[in-house]
Design a protein around this ligand. Structure first.
Ligand code: ADP
Ligand code: MG
Length: 705
């Protein structure tokens, strides 16, 4: 054993989970389901899978054991597997591996596999009994992601068929009772936590300490905003970059004495970006070479996400601007200070109007604790909550589970592809069941797009859609793009819709950015504008001028690269279907008939349609469910005075205050009739009826007037 090896072993033994090792292993051998709860940092994720692996090796079952540990996110699956492999003094891909969409590292001798929940669900698709798997560990179940809740129903069904299979559920907080009773009063083991002390400050403390100006949120309204303003002696700034302003002030005001990285929790890409810009214009410490500013959010390439783990040179302060993807699981070694803006972008779902909503909203107490827990993992830390304590006290204990606040189309399709019987019966067995109306909306949608037949069975189209790891509407575009041999632009569109919007709109250069985007537009389509922007980037990239090109055109180089790699992935997945000829490359699948692409977009996005109603000066948009809707200002169609088409198809609508449409393409009546819905016979009638309904609906007001 090497000295490093011994040191590592010592470190592992000092973790709280180690003390519970025997109790844990005994419980796991005696019970089919065990629930483990323990504070962040106690060693659940990195140690417990290893305990199981080691005890299997000791029991001479090393060669036959197969342990799968799911993580809610790609970044945790990858970083945790790296850590565990290094703790074992191995390279990744020996006994420990990982698998996430697009990437993996797994060898013949891999016995412990960290993967995303999505990967395990896909495996269940082809291997419903998880043949050969001895242990399934579902980590971070307290997060209540939709995939995890779904997986638990599937596993609950599987347990009686696989009596020797062990299921271990791990959770950071003490909501264990709910899970225990779901699995027939399963045994709970609690691991007492150890973390280094984290000093906690709330907004009022920061103000007190520094006597500084710190901009509070407008939204603090209900919680004594006025008082906060008085304390800060400053009027609130404009709403848009508010979170960025609050954080900027805090970064300047707080007393970060001593070295250590700063981890800042923000709501999303827009406020991260806007803070980055502010700090560019007005660098901290007066000198940008002494600050290493990094971002971490879900739509970044994983190679770029990983940069947050690197340590900077001496004397350089690392600042990581992250969304809540950095909230759980991961340990950034050098983090000493955490700044928590108190908000996260949370999706909710209005089943009555069948509309998803996305609003930055206050986080839960559990989230705030998790954020705080990112400090104090390897050394003492400090956490600044940038809101008053009274706001914290008003936070909900837990966040609403995702299954109750998201449209369920993809989930319903998955239920069908796994042959799990009636959708509503299946979902009624969830930990917390979604509203019946939400389920009905999803089934109705799948019928309209032709993925399910009248009896809720998968159609041929539906079966193909389950092979593609994208939303059904995007899957439809890929499939029909392959059939019509115009895959190249369609791959760009679908990839572009799967990553962060490549068209950037910095707040202070909004007009310039929107004008830059409209250069790519000739045909009332954001999707076609994206295709042109990507093609231009491709050409520039060949001359090593990709960055320049992006800079000039307000495009995200990161998104462009992500599109590039997703295109390859989708293409290889399509090759696995029988729709793409093995000799086809994306290049010779190239075809650029604008009308054809428009039809493919229409085929995919239907029934996401709204009608264009012209008046004298401009036009109004209406959908049947929402009445008037608006375009995001960065849509090329928002800049057009008139749209010479009767319909727009859109890929997403979101209720913010009004209902907004993101990315739209104009289509004609005949295109909608022929390409809306599905090609399959039977539904053609259906969508003719639907279109009839639409026409009638929008004719009425005209007649009444
Ligand atoms: P839990 O899952 O219970 O929150 P983890 O197993 O992730 O805890 O981490 C346990 C401890 O192992 C951490 O508190 C930290 O001390 C150490 N640790 C985990 N990952 C790393 C890493 N990448 N580098 C250094 N130490 C780490
Ligand atoms: Mg963990």
């Amino acid at each position: 054993e090497s000295p490093e090896g011994r040191k590592m072993l010592e470190l592992r033994r000092s973790l709280p989970a180690y003390k519970e090792k025997d109790a844990l292993l005994t419980a796991i051998s005696r019970n089919q389901v065990v629930i483990i709860s323990g504070e962040t940092g106690c060693g659940k994720t990195t140690q417990i899978p290893q305990f199981i692996l080691e005890s299997e090796i000791e029991a001479v079952r090393g060669a036959v054991c197969s342990i799968i540990c799911t993580q809610p996110r790609r970044i945790s699956a990858m970083s945790v597997s790296e850590r565990v492999a290094s703790e074992r003094g191995e390279k990744l891909g020996e006994s420990v591996g990982y698998k996430v969409r697009l990437e993996g590292m797994k060898g013949r001798d891999t016995r412990l596999l960290f993967c995303t929940t999505g990967i395990l669900l896909r495996r269940l698709l082809v291997d419903r009994n998880l043949k050969g798997v001895t242990h399934v560990i579902v980590d971070e179940i307290h997060e209540r992601g939709m995939n995890e809740d779904f997986l638990l129903i599937v596993l609950k069904d599987l347990l009686p068929r696989r009596p020797e299979l062990r299921l271990i559920l791990m959770s950071a907080t003490l909501d264990s009772e709910l899970f225990s009773s779901y699995f027939g009063r399963a045994q709970i083991i609690h691991v007492p936590g150890f973390t280094y002390p984290v000093r906690t400050h709330f907004l009022e403390d920061v103000l007190e300490i520094t006597g500084c100006r710190l901009t509070p949120y407008n939204q603090i309204d209900d919680y004594g905003q006025e008082k906060m303003w008085k304390m800060s002696k400053q009027a609130p700034r404009k709403r848009k970059s508010q979170i960025a302003s609050v954080v900027e002030d805090a970064l300047k005001a707080a007393d970060f004495n001593g070295p250590g990285a700063i981890l800042v929790f923000m709501t999303g890409w827009d406020d991260i970006n806007s803070l980055k810009e502010k700090l560019h214009a007005n660098p901290l410490l007066g000198d940008s070479s002494r600050v290493l500013l990094l971002a971490c959010h879900g739509s970044m390439a994983s190679s770029e996400q990983r940069l947050i783990f690197d340590e900077p040179e001496d004397g350089v302060r690392k600042i990581v601007l992250a969304t809540n993807i950095a909230e759980t699981s991961i340990t950034i070694n050098d983090v000493v200070f955490v700044l928590d803006c108190g908000k996260a972008k949370e999706t909710s779902y209005d089943a009555l109007n069948n509309t998803p909503c996305l609003l930055p909203s206050w986080i839960s107490k559990v989230s705030a604790q998790q954020r705080r827990g990112r400090a104090g993992r390897v050394q003492p830390g400090e956490c600044y909550h940038l809101y008053p304590r009274c706001v914290y006290d008003a936070f909900a204990e837990y966040q609403l589970p995702e299954i109750l606040r998201t449209p369920l189309q993809s989930l319903c399709l998955q239920i069908k592809s796994l042959n799990l019987g009636s959708i509503s019966e299946f979902l009624s067995r969830a930990l917390q069941s979604p509203e019946l109306l939400a389920v009905q909306n999803a089934i109705e949608y799948l019928k309209i797009i032709g993925a399910l037949d009248e009896n809720e069975n998968l159609t041929v189209l539906g079966r193909y859609l389950t092979m593609l790891p994208v939303e059904p509407k995007l899957g439809k575009m890929l499939l029909v793009g392959a059939i019509l041999n115009c895959l190249d632009p369609v791959l760009t569109i679908v990839s572009g819709l799967s990553v962060r919007d490549p068209f950037l709109t910095p707040f202070d250069k909004k007009d310039l950015a929107e004008a830059a985007k409209s250069q790519f537009s000739r045909d009332y389509s954001d999707h076609l504008a994206l295709v042109r922007a990507y093609e231009g980037w491709k050409v520039a990239e060949r001359d090593f001028a990709g960055y320049d090109y992006c800079w000039k055109n307000f495009l995200s180089a990161q998104s462009m690269k992500a599109i590039d790699s997703l295109r390859k992935e989708f293409f290889s997945l399509l090759r696995d279907t029988d729709l793409v000829d093995a000799n086809t490359t994306t290049h010779n699948a190239w075809s650029y008939d604008e009308h054809l692409i428009r039809a493919v977009i229409c085929y995919g996005l239907y029934p996401g349609i709204c009608s264009v109603v012209h008046n004298e000066k401009s036009f109004l948009l209406k959908t049947m469910e929402d009445g008037q809707v608006l375009l995001y200002s960065n849509s090329v169609n928002a800049r057009e005075p008139k749209i010479p088409y009767p319909w727009l198809v859109f890929n997403e609508k979101i209720k913010v205050n009004s209902v907004f449409l993101r990315d739209s393409t104009a289509v004609s009546d005949s295109m909608l009739l022929l390409f809306g819905g599905s090609f399959s016979k039977g539904t053609l009638d259906g969508h003719l009826t639907m279109l009839g309904g639409y026409l009638e609906f929008f004719m009425k007001p005209a007649i009444a007037e």
